[in-house]
Design a binder for this molecule. Structure first.
Ligand SMILES: Cc1cc2nc3c(=O)[nH]c(=O)nc-3n(C[C@H](O)[C@H](O)[C@H](O)COP(=O)(O)OP(=O)(O)OC[C@H]3O[C@@H](n4cnc5c(N)ncnc54)[C@H](O)[C@@H]3O)c2cc1C
Length: 427
């Protein structure tokens, strides 16, 4: 194992796996790192009770078994330093160097605050899916799934497979939007089959459009939610609520490396060219990081980035058309599930926005930017480092996205002790 790679790939989801495999197929020495213990990213997160899909097994197997690829599990990038990356694993910290770097850091959920959202029993939609796959018991629990996007269906199917009683899926987008999207699916037959498969698994589970969770009730844990939909307010007794409003790209590492971002409202993505090259020489980006597009787009972009990073653009050229097709699907998806402005009005003055530091929405009144609000109220200073509250406040139109300061994640003091602290403290 070396500390210097021809191609270093950050993130072992569908994009990173494809990138690593493509680069290694040209003889490049590849390092593949991920903070998780197992490869697969979000969509192929290992399920302790059920076998992974065949495509996941194939993609993961052929990549991790490749002799030119070093698989560095549980390894997280803490900061950018001296032309390399400072990474930390459970035992040690070290610097990794590269000739070319592929960023495939994926996405996280957008969580929007509403009264009661911090009660135990409430998670993101993907968050519930991840917990279930890791063995958290759901059997017999009454689950409500809400928010927006196709992840709600995937999360509901996982919850059902794990024995939950899924009471309903409440989508904020309108019936007209969803029907229009469904009618366009014939252009992407594989997606149509996937959607039909999910609907079959969810037979009997109500899917209600134009519906948002207004309030969660409970003293010490969740016991009911109020859903506002076309039929008025529905009060639903439940044990678990999984609510997420789509995905946000994890751009923080790319931002630290100086890559140009493309802003779309409160969302930011890494700007790339036809070969997935970012604005910084030798740095490529692929997958959700470049725009929320799902598994197939991520795999194609990862392969393009991997070929190009190994200097084989002719192989990348062969994939450009399929990427365009996949990106059209992503555009249709993003249009269909665009957020209705009423989700911006869910939080009340006393609703906690920063749940790490217990800061309410009204406590932020009068501050013009995230930095002054943070200095005065500690909003964004907790364990999530503003990933949840900062993203929510940007979506609510309170503060624009703020810049990225190292470290990217909370890190051990022994890791930081070996760093150039002046770069850590730089504003
Ligand atoms: C919670 C969640 C659940 C999802 N579930 C589904 C689903 O069931 N079905 C579906 O079709 N789509 C799902 N998606 C959408 C999913 O993002 C894409 O379909 C697909 O996984 C994108 O692939 P990717 O390789 O771009 O990113 P990801 O799969 O997100 O992979 C990114 C990887 O980068 C790693 N990483 C990030 N930052 C660092 C760092 N600093 N250091 C080290 N490693 C890092 C992460 O641990 C992760 O493994 C889900 C998304 C989320 C957020």
């Amino acid at each position: 194992m070396t500390d210097r790679y021809d191609v270093l790939v950050v993130g072992a989801g569908p994009a990173g796996l494809a990138a690593a495999h493509a680069a290694a197929s040209h003889g490049a020495r590849v390092g593949l790192i991920d903070e998780q213990m197992t490869a697969g990213g979000q969509v192929w997160r290992q399920d302790v009770q059920h076998a992974s899909p065949a495509l996941a097994r194939r993609s993961i197997g052929r990549t991790l078994d490749h002799p030119a690829i070093d698989w560095l599990a549980q390894t997280r990038v803490v900061t950018v330093e001296d032309g390399g990356l400072l990474v930390e694993d459970p035992r040690r910290a070290r610097r990794l160097h590269y000739q070319t770097l592929v960023l495939a850091t994926g996405a996280r959920e957008l969580l929007l605050p509403f009264p009661g959202w911090t009660l135990p029993g409430i998670t993101g939609a993907g968050g519930l899916q991840a917990l279930a796959k890791q063995g958290w018991p759901l059997a017999g629990r009454r689950v409500v799934i809400a928010g927006s996007g196709p992840l709600l269906l995937a999360a509901a199917a996982t919850a059902k497979r794990h024995g939950a009683h899924v009471l309903g899926i409440y989508e904020q987008s309108s019936t007209e939007n969803i029907q229009r999207f469904a009618r366009s699916l014939w252009r992407w037959p594989a997606k149509a089959v996937q959607a039909m498969g999910l609907r079959a698994q969810l037979a009997g589970v109500p899917y209600r459009c134009g519906s948002v969770v207004r309030r969660a009730h409970g003293e010490t844990e969740l016991h009911a939610v109020d859903v506002d939909g076309p039929r008025g307010i529905e009060h639903i007794a439940c044990d678990q609520l999984a609510v997420g409003y789509g995905l946000l790209a994890n751009v923080e590492l790319a931002q630290s490396l100086g890559c140009t971002l493309q802003l779309q409202g409160a969302h930011a993505y890494v700007d790339t060219d036809r070969y997935q090259r970012t604005s910084v020489d030798g740095i490529y980006a692929a997958g959700e990081l470049c725009g929320i597009g799902g598994r197939d787009t991520a795999r194609i972009e990862g392969a393009i980035a991997g070929h190009a990073a190994a200097g084989k653009t002719a192989d990348a050229d062969r994939l450009l058309q399929s990427r365009q097709h996949a990106r059209h699907f992503a555009d249709a998806l993003n249009q269909c599930f665009a957020l209705d402005p009423r989700v911006h009005a869910l939080a009340q003055p006393d609703t906690l926005v920063c749940r790490c530091e217990d800061v309410s929405l009204s406590a932020l009144d009068g501050y013009m930017d995230a930095r002054s609000a943070k200095l005065a109220t500690r909003c964004g200073m907790g364990a999530c480092q503003g990933r949840i509250c900062g993203s929510a406040l940007a979506e609510l139109g309170r503060f624009p996205r703020s810049g990225q300061r190292p470290p990217l994640f909370p890190a051990r003091l022994s890791t930081l002790a070996g760093t150039n602290l002046s770069s850590i403290n730089k504003p």
